[in-house]
Design a protein around this ligand. Structure first.
Ligand code: ADP
Ligand code: TZD
Ligand code: MG
Length: 604
């Protein structure tokens, strides 16, 4: 994109200054009319031009004062503007677009309440290391700062600062180029994260000479520079792996994000080390890979002696690297593993337990350095370790197959998800979005993924509400079929976005695992009073009619056969579809797989 979007000034050109400007504009080759006009640009156009100059061609947002005209002008300039029903969904969409593309996803909101609605997604993006820029219009600075009660008054910059990686405000049109460049660099360099960019209402109509404007824009060179690991750090890691009798690799979503798929696969295969993928790293290598130890996770974590983390943090999702999960005697005890951690953040090592070999750098560079160091004839791990894993794995896969083969009435999570498993196997390019508790945990363990970055879920926070935003972005960014497996509670957080899915006619099929409630639907009010339990919803809710209301396809499925028909139909037609899969309301467990995190009263 070379051209700066210009607007003709309304004023008649008369003065000497303006003549000079006209001449400049002509020199810049922008004005070719016989009757030359003064060429100006403004804040609206400069923001659009700065984004496009940096290859950002899509905006996720929700219009209103002061950004309404911005959304129009962005669309007129050829950007894709995806307009949502709630800013939180737009924000989640932007964040996952960032994860999928390594370019910051942009979310655009109005001031105060719109900004706050988008802020949850920005904080979530930062927590998950997804690159995203939240751009919010803001009210008059001088009124806000004196707290004089402006329309949607709020000191947004101050509030955003503590919740994201960086926050900037641009006051003058000629600084827009710098502002966008700083936002892009902050979002994607180093550990990716969320960036807030505050654009006051007054900035948008500020006019400046088009040529000056054009020259103020910055095309960011090498926005996420490679970070080559120190050779001695690589050698230390290799040395540690050499001592291992029971080595293990854990792949996290940082590894999926890095798009170093071939090298990661080569490292796993050349070393022969068994690996466990974290949730969003499923499919980085196909889940059916012989070295996947996912089905023996509870055996390999406590038994491993050297563990190499690639783009995965030792946070709660890995029980902080200690305690019983890792073979420790009690909840806080170290299990005795030595850890290698490949991560771009130099501060990540030792966050929970000692890291004996930190390798700091971008995963692409680190993995290729490791590959070079191990050479061609790396010995496979000891056979007794691999055999012991295979034994557990096969036993668990056998047990799972038995559970999947059953066909109970009503359907349970297994019989329903067995269908989704088949559909993903037949359509490995489809993107699976997943949220809920039981609906999440069962899907993660039952549905195999075959390709990288195809599984998008609740991430580090286990946040509900990402479903429809992620689905919209996944479809917009990739053009692929999206299948969103949603708990009925989880779906409720962003359900209105089915209208967005219909409006943009996206190939999204939402499958609601409808068990009438949060975790299960059979709880009752212990007082026998008229209010239902806080954990249950209207029984036999007809969610499919929501999709029909906006012209999509709605199906109520009570058997695996009906579910299969409906899912196959959705994939064939690519029409917006919502399948209300009716699940046994007693089939789930509280909090799914993380029951242990629930505080319980001592007093019964
Ligand atoms: P998971 O939840 O899958 O375990 P986490 O979100 O906890 O994954 O960890 C992802 C890690 O990956 C973060 O510590 C982050 O710094 C790191 N990371 C992200 N992108 C890169 C990259 N390109 N190179 C190296 N590390 C990265
Ligand atoms: N609010 C937000 C934003 N995130 C959350 N994680 C929660 C609340 C708490 N929560 C969970 O952790 S899972 C869940 C909630 C409300 C919903 C579980 O019910 P579901 O799934 O219907 O989505 P299952 O299949 O019934 O377990
Ligand atoms: Mg439920």
């Amino acid at each position: 994109m070379d051209e700066v979007t210009t607007r003709s000034a309304a004023r008649p050109a008369a003065s000497g200054v303006e003549d000079t400007l006209k001449q400049k504009t002509r020199d810049a080759g922008a004005a070719t009319d016989a009757a030359p006009q003064l060429q100006e640009t403004d804040g609206f156009h400069l923001v659009i031009d700065a984004l496009r100059l940096n290859g950002i061609d899509t905006i996720f947002g929700l219009p209103g004062i002061p950004i309404t005209d911005f959304t129009r002008k962005a669309q007129a300039a050829g950007m894709r503007v995806i307009s949502f029903r709630h800013e939180q969904s737009a924000g989640y969409a932007a964040s996952i677009a960032g994860y999928m593309t390594q370019k910051p996803g942009v979310c655009l909101t109005v001031s105060a309440p719109g900004f706050l609605n988008g802020l949850t997604a920005l904080a979530n993006a930062t927590t998950n290391c997804f690159p995203m820029i939240l751009i919010s219009g803001s009210s008059e600075r001088e009124v806000v700062d004196l707290q004089q009660g402006d329309y949607e008054e709020m000191d947004q910059l101050a509030i955003a600062k503590s919740l994201c990686k960086s926050a900037f405000r641009v006051l003058h049109a000629e600084d827009i180029g710098v502002g966008i460049a700083r936002a892009i660099r902050a979002a994607v360099s180093g550990r990716p994260g969320g960036v807030y960019l505050d654009l006051p209402a007054k900035l948008f109509p500020q006019a400046i000479d088009a040529d000056v404007g054009k020259r103020s824009l910055i095309k960011v060179v090498d926005p996420a520079p490679r970070q080559i690991p120190a050779p001695d750090a690589v050698q230390r890691a290799i040395g540690l792996i050499k001592t291992a009798k029971r080595p293990l690799i854990i792949l996290g979503k940082g590894a999926a994000y890095a798009q170093a798929d071939a090298d990661i696969r080569a490292l796993v295969e050349k070393t022969g080390i068994p690996y466990v993928p974290m949730s969003m790293a499923k499919g980085l290598l196909p889940d059916t890979h012989a070295q996947s130890a996912a089905a023996a996770r509870s055996y390999v974590l406590p038994e491993a002696d050297v563990v190499m983390l690639i783009g995965a943090r030792l946070n709660w999702l890995l029980s902080h690297g200690k305690g019983k999960t890792w073979g420790g005697k009690s909840a806080k005890d170290w299990g005795g593993q030595k850890f290698i951690q490949i991560d771009i953040s130099p501060q990540e090592a030792d966050s929970n337990v000692r890291i004996d070999a930190p390798v700091v750098g971008d995963i692409g560079s680190c993995v290729s350095a490791m590959l070079a160091a191990i050479g061609a004839n790396w010995p496979k791990p000891p056979a007794d370790w691999l055999d012991a894993i295979a034994e557990r794995k096969n036993k668990n896969i056998g047990k799972m197959a038995e559970a999947l083969a059953k066909n109970p009435t009503p359907m349970n999570f297994h019989s329903a998800l067995n269908v989704v498993r088949d559909i993903i196997r037949a359509n490995p390019d489809a993107i699976l979005v997943n949220e809920g508790a039981n609906a999440l945990d069962f899907t993660r363990s039952i549905v195999d993924m075959y390709k990288p970055r195809k599984r998008l879920d609740v991430g580090t926070w286990g946040v509900m509400g990402i479903g429809m935003g992620f689905s919209v972005a996944a479809a917009v960014v990739s053009g692929e079929q999206v299948i969103a497996v949603e708990g009925d509670s989880a779906f409720g957080f962003s359900g209105m976005e089915v209208e967005t899915i219909c409006r943009y006619n996206l190939p999204v099929c939402v499958v609601i695992m409808n068990n009438n409630g949060v975790y299960r639907g059979d709880e009752v009010n212990p007082t026998s009073g008229p209010d239902p339990s806080p954990l249950v919803f209207v029984k036999d809710a007809r969610y499919e009619k929501l999709m029909e209301a906006f012209g999509g396809v709605g199906v109520r499925a009570t058997t695996p056969a009906e579910l299969r028909d409906a899912l196959e139909g959705a994939v064939r037609s690519r029409k917006p579809t919502l399948i209300n899969a009716v699940i046994d309301e007693g089939a789930g467990t509280e909090s799914g797989r993380i029951t242990s995190l629930n505080p319980t009263a001592r007093k019964k």
